[in-house]
Design a binder for this molecule. Structure first.
Ligand SMILES: Cc1cc2nc3c(=O)[nH]c(=O)nc-3n(C[C@H](O)[C@H](O)[C@H](O)COP(=O)(O)O)c2cc1C
Length: 510
């Protein structure tokens, strides 16, 4: 990528946890578009894949390219289980992230981010990005450094205003120490808390040149885009402008939504980003949220955008990390009855609205997942709270209610919260085993399923990332007329080998 203008028209959106994994991102990048891996919780993801035996040896191959063999070895020794752990055995947990986390925790983040990016970039020279959530702060610095070590081309970040990231990228790619200011609640005197990271203290060999990745901020409005340009600590190379129909987390609506339900009416015209004002900032931008069609791509280009970022249609293609059974159930349901997508204003511990796909009982209802026995053992969405004396404590509105209250939280803040960490892990076949049960999956998607419907319907089979790109550029050759809902919909479905053997069976937690 010599010149930013060469960036592709289509960005395959980063989708956590591990929905846009290295297989999907690599497939998209090899096709000349931008594949994006998700960096969210990637340390746990890679550690769990190793515990499932690293089918195909991909992680071990990536580790053999890690610049510091001793660090790679420590990671492997900690998590690799030859032949895979027994299905009933729980996954080994990583130590929780804290402001003063052990060196090994940070090493794990460096190595895991390296592995995911390395595999996505292997054997081609396409553009690969990595996506992070601004709200998930403690893993950010070691994760960025691991991705930079692997030569990531683009970093994309949303779910917050990532003002400090551009400058951090400048420093880390020059082997300099970096500091991230932390959001700490219950901190009326605005005491500064930060996380510091120095590549020098992790280096186990000579320095070599590192590339500073481009930075794209994911924004929901021209105001945030403008703030990024004015106040960011370094160069913002462009924007993904995402509207509220996109999957995963969304920006909150400008007016206060009703506490539950009636989500469609929560957002109004005021929430639509002003594209002319974004264009006036004279940075490349891509439009996201309901742009997965050739017509929408054209309209985005006509409006001055470089292209579009699309997610949902990739999330349900065969290279996606979502378990094949779940993908099949979603597509079958879509082609028969249609699927319901709900913007849930309570579910996410972050406080941001979160899209939930309701499969009405498969493999469990949303209410059943909400009623799960609360266990908080991953902690990516934990809040940092000043304890009033000398330190920080960690709490999550999705954790057991008593524990949350004992750390100064209020019961009302726990209502309706889901454990996105454990639920999203389950969706990609990495759910924790708890006694005789497993964590239930949480399924997210954008509101616009029209591309899934068109492509799956036209092809009459599971579709690939290539089919998506062909569709976007009007090259898809239908093998049968598009299927309309209510018609006969069974089609051959070949679960990708990758996860068919790795994935533990899903069972409802009772
Ligand atoms: C399953 C799923 C997970 C997602 N996770 C993330 C995420 O972790 N971070 C992020 O910035 N966006 C996330 N998104 C949003 C996508 O990156 C993308 O912007 C969005 O899906 C575009 O809208 P579309 O789904 O209508 O194409 C997710 C979307 C989906 C469907």
């Amino acid at each position: 990528m010599k010149n930013f203008k060469e960036l592709p028209k289509i960005i395959q959106g980063g989708m956590g946890i591990a929905v846009s994994d290295w297989r999907l991102a690599r497939a998209v990048s090899k096709l000349g578009q931008m594949g994006v891996v998700s960096g969210t919780a990637i340390d746990t993801v890679v550690a769990r894949r190793l515990q499932l035996g690293d089918t195909g040896g991909n992680i071990r191959r990536a580790l053999s390219h890690f610049p510091w063999p001793d660090m790679a070895r420590r990671f492997l020794d900690a998590f690799y289980v030859a032949g895979g752990k027994s299905p009933g055995k729980p996954f080994k947990l990583l130590p929780r992230t804290t402001v003063r986390m052990e060196r090994f925790v940070m090493e794990t983040m460096i190595v895991a981010n390296f592995v995911e990016v390395f595999l996505a970039k292997e054997d081609h020279d396409g553009v690969v990005g990595i996506n992070y959530l601004e709200k998930v702060q403690l893993p950010t610095l070691p994760s960025l450094f691991g991705a930079i070590l692997a030569g990531v081309d683009v970093v994309l970040m949303g779910a917050g205003i990532p003002l400090s990231i551009p400058g951090i990228l400048d420093r880390l790619s020059a082997w300099q120490s970096a500091t991230l200011k932390l959001h700490v609640e219950n901190n009326p005197e605005h005491i500064q808390f930060s996380h510091a990271f120095d590549p020098e203290t992790f280096r186990e060999g000579a320095i070599f040149p590192l590339k500073r990745p481009r930075f794209l901020a994911i924004v929901s409005s021209d105001i945030i885009a403008k703030t990024m340009i004015r106040k960011a600590t370094g160069t913002v190379d462009g924007f993904v402008v995402e509207n509220h129909t996109a999957g995963g987390h969304n920006a909150p609506p400008r007016r206060t939504p009703k506490p539950k339900g009636d989500t469609a009416s929560a957002y109004g015209p005021k929430d639509a980003p002003n594209i002319d004002r974004i264009k006036a900032l004279e940075k490349p931008f891509w439009l996201a949220g309901g742009y997965a069609s050739p017509g929408k791509l054209k309209s985005a280009l006509d409006s001055g955008a470089n292209g579009v970022q699309i997610g949902t249609v990739f999330a349900y293609c065969e290279e996606s990390g979502i378990m094949p059974d779940i993908r099949k159930a979603v597509i079958d349901r879509l082609l028969t009855e249609g699927v319901d997508i709900l913007t849930d204003f309570q579910a996410s511990p972050t406080g941001y609205p979160f899209k939930l796909l309701d499969l009405k009982g498969y493999p469990a209802t949303i209410d059943a997942v909400k009623c799960r026995n609360r266990v908080c053992d991953l902690g990516y969405l934990q809040q940092l709270v000043f304890n009033g004396e000398d330190g920080i404590q960690y709490r999550c509105p999705g954790e057991p209610v008593n524990a949350f209250i004992s750390k100064g939280g209020t019961e009302v803040d726990t209502v309706g919260k889901m454990c996105l960490c454990n639920g999203l892990m389950a969706t990609v076949g990495l759910g924790q085993v708890r006694g005789s049960d497993r964590e239930l999956p949480i399924i997210t998607a954008g509101e616009d399923f029209s591309a899934v419907m068109t492509i799956a319907g036209c092809l009459g089979r599971e579709y690939s990332a290539k089919d998506v790109i062909d569709y976007m550029f009007s090259r898809l050759v239908p093998v049968r007329p598009p299927i309309s809902r209510q018609s006969e919909t069974q089609f051959d479905f070949n679960p990708s080998e990758a996860f068919a053997c790795d994935a533990p069976l899903l069972r409802a937690q009772v």
